[in-house]
Design a binder for this molecule. Sequence first.
Ligand code: PLP
Length: 393
Amino acid sequence: MLMKTYQVDENGYYGEFGGAYIPEILHRCVEELRNSYLQVLESEEFRKEFMSMLRDYVGRPSPLYLAERLSEKYRCKIYLKREDLNHTGAHKINNAIGQILLAKRMGKKRIIAETGAGQHGVATATVCALMGMECVIYMGKTDIERQHMNVERMKMLGAEVKPVTSGNMTLKDATNEAIRDWCCHSADTYYVIGSTVGPHPYPDMVARLQSVISKEIQNQLAEHEGRSYPDYLIACVGGGSNAAGTIYHYLDDERVKIVLAEAGGKGIESLMSAATIQLGRLGIIHGARTLVMQNEDGQILEPYSISAGLDYPGIGPMHANLARQHRATVFAINDDEAVKAAFELTRLEGIIPALESAHALGVLGKLAFHPEDVVVLTVSGRGDKDLETYLNY
Ligand SMILES: *Cc1c(COP(=O)(O)O)cnc(C)c1O
């Protein structure tokens, strides 16, 4: 039977995107992960522990909030999925808990991760403190200087933050160092990837761990609206994990329109952009075949966005395929549009969103809604970390 699906296939591909393009030395680690993740994630015992931590530690379910004044402005019914209210202030904690629970079950003692803006590093360090695991975070030296607060947080949580001084000293370079560490210590070390990127099975695993978001949306919409699906789902995309979580249970439900917001930066013609879906070409990054921002020679271009969490030069293979198949509509939201949307939400609803989430809000003005449309927009994180940027803009 040929059923069209947007989920991963058994080889780790979403259409032509995905797979595992890794050095020989990592083959065994990735294979080990691939052989254990589904069995563990689907086991009763894991599910029980994961769900109870999401409830009692993270504070889930996160509210689905009907934003009345925002709805009035855009002439439709807008619900906000409040991931900003999670412990540590964003959706990333869902994934960190899930992967570290998995690492424990695989007998690993040491956790490593890379971080750009520091949000994934903080989530990972948080869960390591909670579970008493050794934690090493790789971070580019440039990012360490830009994201001082998050570095201090990770240190206070007991993580070792290792500065990376190769290349541009940003996320891509930190990732290379983390992979190098994993190669050297694969017997006792687990590598936590923070988004739906990297070699298979990471994109699928992270999407499954974040899918608690769409599961909750189904239940909450059924309660509020008497039907479990919306007309629109809107989320921002860096690597794609909050978006994947938001759409997971609706991927194959064509009644639901999927709208993704990537970071346009100063505009997609400006060369200062992170709009990978619009600007990227097929390539390999971080172990996956996907759209990559690159020059003629295949050199990866340094992306730019006002939002540190969205300036990744690749994109999750799931999302590349959704765009290629026209299952998702993708908008590039520029810095100024995102900042404007953040102020609008703040003044209409008293919610200061993360700069990343503000890109999702920036989409609202670009769609033509019917008054009866039900829209669910994920506020992936809170804006406390971005206050200075907002006020200086
Ligand atoms: C990291 C981050 C993002 C981008 O990552 P995704 O994997 O695309 O979700 C978005 N919003 C917030 C608040 C983040 O911290």
